[in-house]
Design a protein around this ligand. Structure first.
Ligand SMILES: Cc1cc2nc3c(=O)[nH]c(=O)nc-3n(C[C@H](O)[C@H](O)[C@H](O)COP(=O)(O)O)c2cc1C
Length: 199
C-alpha cells in the first residue's frame, strides 16, 4: 500500500472481528516499529504482546471495557522505560557495535550525561513521547500490512502492569490493539491547513 493511502485509510478502529493475524505479520509489524526514531536513538520502549483470550478479558476491565481489547487479534502494550542509566549503559556499546563513528558516540555520551540530570518525572515524560512515536509506526505499519488498529490511552496503567507482571521500570503508556476491523471507518476529518500553520 502507498504510504499516503495507508495514512488516509487508517482509522481508530473501535471493534475487530476476532480473526487472528498470522504470526509472521505480527513479526513484520514489530520489525516496522523497531525502526521508529527516538531522541538520542535511546529507544526507551518495550512492548508486551498479548494474544491470550483470558488475559485480554482480564485487561478489558482495566480499559473501561472498550470493545477493542477483547475483540482484537493481538494487543500491543507499549511501555516507557524509566531506567535511564540502564538505557544509556546499553546505548553506547550498541552504537559502537553498529559502527557509529567515535566522534558521534562522544557527542551522544555528552548529551546523555547532561540529560542524566533530568528529574525522573521529566525523563518519564520524555520517554512517553518517544513511545507515542513508536505507536505511530505501529498504526501505519498495521494498515500497510493489511489490518487495523487503534491507539489507546483510555486504560489503567497500574492495573495493566499488575496483570501482565510488567517489570517496575516499565510504565504502560499506550495500547495498540490490532486486528481486522468489524466496524466502518467514520468520515475522516481534520482542521484545515490554515489552522495548522502559524501566520
Ligand atoms: C494518544 C491517543 C490516544 C487515544 N486513545 C483512545 C482510546 O483510549 N480509545 C479510543 O477508542 N480511541 C482512542 N484514540 C483514537 C482517537 O480518538 C482518534 O485517533 C481520533 O479521533 C482521530 O480519528 P482517526 O484516528 O480515526 O483518524 C486515541 C488516539 C491517540 C492519538
Amino acid at each position: 500500500m502507498e504510504f499516503r493511502e495507508a495514512i488516509m485509510r487508517r482509522y481508530a478502529t473501535k471493534r475487530f472481528d476476532g480473526r487472528q493475524i498470522p504470526q509472521d505479520k505480527i513479526e513484520e509489524l514489530l520489525e516496522i516499529v523497531r525502526w521508529a526514531p527516538s531522541g538520542l536513538n535511546i529507544q526507551p520502549w518495550r512492548i508486551k504482546v498479548v494474544s491470550n483470550a483470558g488475559l485480554k478479558e482480564e485487561l478489558s476491565a482495566a480499559a473501561w471495557d472498550e470493545p477493542q481489547i477483547k475483540s482484537c487479534s493481538h494487543l500491543l502494550v507499549f511501555c516507557a522505560d524509566t531506567d535511564y542509566a540502564g538505557l544509556v549503559a546499553k546505548l553506547l556499546p550498541a552504537m559502537k557495535e553498529a559502527g557509529v563513528p567515535e566522534k558521534v558516540c562522544e557527542i551522544v555520551k555528552g548529551i546523555a550525561e547532561e540529560m542524566g540530570h533530568m528529574p525522573p518525572a521529566s525523563w518519564l515524560t520524555y520517554a512517553k513521547c518517544q513511545v507515542h512515536l513508536a505507536v505511530s509506526y505501529a498504526i501505519l505499519g498495521a494498515k500497510d500490512l493489511g489490518f487495523d488498529s487503534c491507539p489507546m490511552t483510555h486504560f489503567e496503567p497500574d492495573e495493566f502492569a499488575r496483570i501482565l507482571e510488567i517489570p517496575a521500570n516499565l510504565v504502560p503508556t499506550l495500547l495498540c490493539p490490532v486486528g481486522y476491523a468489524a466496524d466502518q471507518a467514520p468520515p475522516k476529518w481534520r482542521y484545515p491547513k490554515e489552522d495548522l500553520l502559524l501566520p
